[in-house]
Design a protein around this ligand. Structure first.
Ligand SMILES: C[S@@+](CC[C@H](N)C(=O)[O-])C[C@H]1O[C@@H](n2cnc3c(N)ncnc32)[C@H](O)[C@@H]1O
Length: 340
């Protein structure tokens, strides 16, 4: 049970979240806490280069980041990487972000999650945690992830996290990247998520950064996914997000990306860009530069270099919340985060 103080802080942040949405602030930040990773995924490049720990921000610097993001109206801070749980101070980082007024959320491969980690990371103030599971069988997941045992550990992580939620508002999701060979796995993964007791969402593959092969699904997928969404309440991807999948596959993305106006990316050394795929277009360093000047540069980058080369879920979430019918988006968002 949350204390009265915790409940008041939660409600205060909910009110600020509503206000930030209403005022179209830079609502969502992907904060890359590290680019180090214990996996060797075929669909990701970060593990291919060395990333020294010394280049990562410290918890004290995360406090500066948290305070500056609060000035932009950013409410949801998604801890990513690399593998965020490779950092032993992730508990501290999570708590700092909660205390600076955000809803910290996390995506992990699940490898480092044991009973103690599950309890501690959830108690530190995570609002949501997603564990990546791309295939319904261990062999294909482990091959994609370049790590034997990855699937078993991810499923175990989901079970432990679900069991140790401190509060039923704290959400545990399974997340899959939809690629050219796993559409048929979606229903099986939904059933697995349901058996564990967690919710499920998809992220459309992107080959935007680095040297990744084109692996978007080849056929039309939208009607299948929308049908699954109607049949499985565990499927919490927004309907509007799924409704753009066929166009995104046909056109290699969706135009008019709002990176830099509705969401932003902060790298593990403080560098700010619109998203993880446009790291070369820096708008400044959040640790050293004025945050309002960074906001203006982000908006300019978006205007000068319009992009529409992906349809990933972080982008889809921020943008779809503004699509008509707005009431449906908010109802679906509420359903995905309510107590259950
Ligand atoms: C980069 S990972 C970092 C977190 C963690 N290491 C993990 O594997 O879940 C964040 C999310 O992006 C997904 N991802 C990785 N490469 C991707 C790609 N090329 N396109 C779309 N999503 C991708 C991962 O599967 C994961 O769900």
């Amino acid at each position: 049970m949350p204390s009265l103080r915790q409940e008041a802080w939660y409600l205060y942040r909910c009110a600020r979240l509503g206000s930030a949405f209403f005022r179209r602030r830079l609502i969502h930040c992907n904060l890359q806490v590290t680019y180090r990773c214990n996996f060797r995924c075929q669909i990701c490049d970060f593990w291919k280069d060395p990333h020294p720990r010394s280049e990562e921000f410290t918890p004290e610097q995360v406090r500066v980041v948290g305070e500056k993001l609060a000035r932009l109206g950013t409410m949801i801070v998604s801890l990513g990487g690399g593998e965020p749980l490779i950092r032993e101070d992730l508990y501290q980082i999570t708590a700092i972000l909660r205390d600076t007024g955000h809803f910290p959320i996390l995506i992990t491969n699940g490898w480092f999650v044991n009973e103690t980690v599950a309890k501690d990371i959830l108690r530190a103030g995570l609002q949501e945690i997603s564990v990546s599971v791309d295939y319904a069988d261990a062999a294909r997941h482990d091959a994609q992830r370049g790590t034997p045992g990855a699937w078993d550990r991810a499923v175990k992580a989901l079970e432990l996290l679900h069991r140790h939620r401190p509060d039923r508002r704290c959400r545990v999701h399974m997340i899959s990247v939809l690629m050219d060979d796993n559409l048929e796995d979606t229903e099986k993964l939904l059933r697995l998520a349901r058996d564990i007791g967690v919710t499920y969402y998809v992220n459309l593959y992107s080959s935007g950064r680095g040297t990744k092969s084109p692996r978007l699904p080849g056929s039309e997928v939208q009607s299948h996914l929308l049908d699954l969404k109607r049949r499985y309440p565990e499927f919490v991807s927004l309907t509007s997000y799924l409704e753009s999948f066929d166009q995104a596959i046909r056109e290699g993305g969706i135009g008019g990306c709002e990176g830099g106006t509705l969401f932003l990316n902060v790298g593990s050394g403080g560098g700010v860009s619109r998203c993880i795929d446009t790291l070369e277009d820096q708008a400044g360093n959040i640790l050293t530069d004025d945050v309002l000047a960074i906001r203006d540069r982000l908006a300019r980058l978006r205007a000068e270099k319009p992009c529409g080369e992906c349809w990933t879920s972080c982008r889809g979430f921020a943008e779809c919340m503004y699509k008509a019918p707005r009431a449906r988006q908010f109802a679906e968002f509420y359903t995905s985060v309510k107590r259950r």
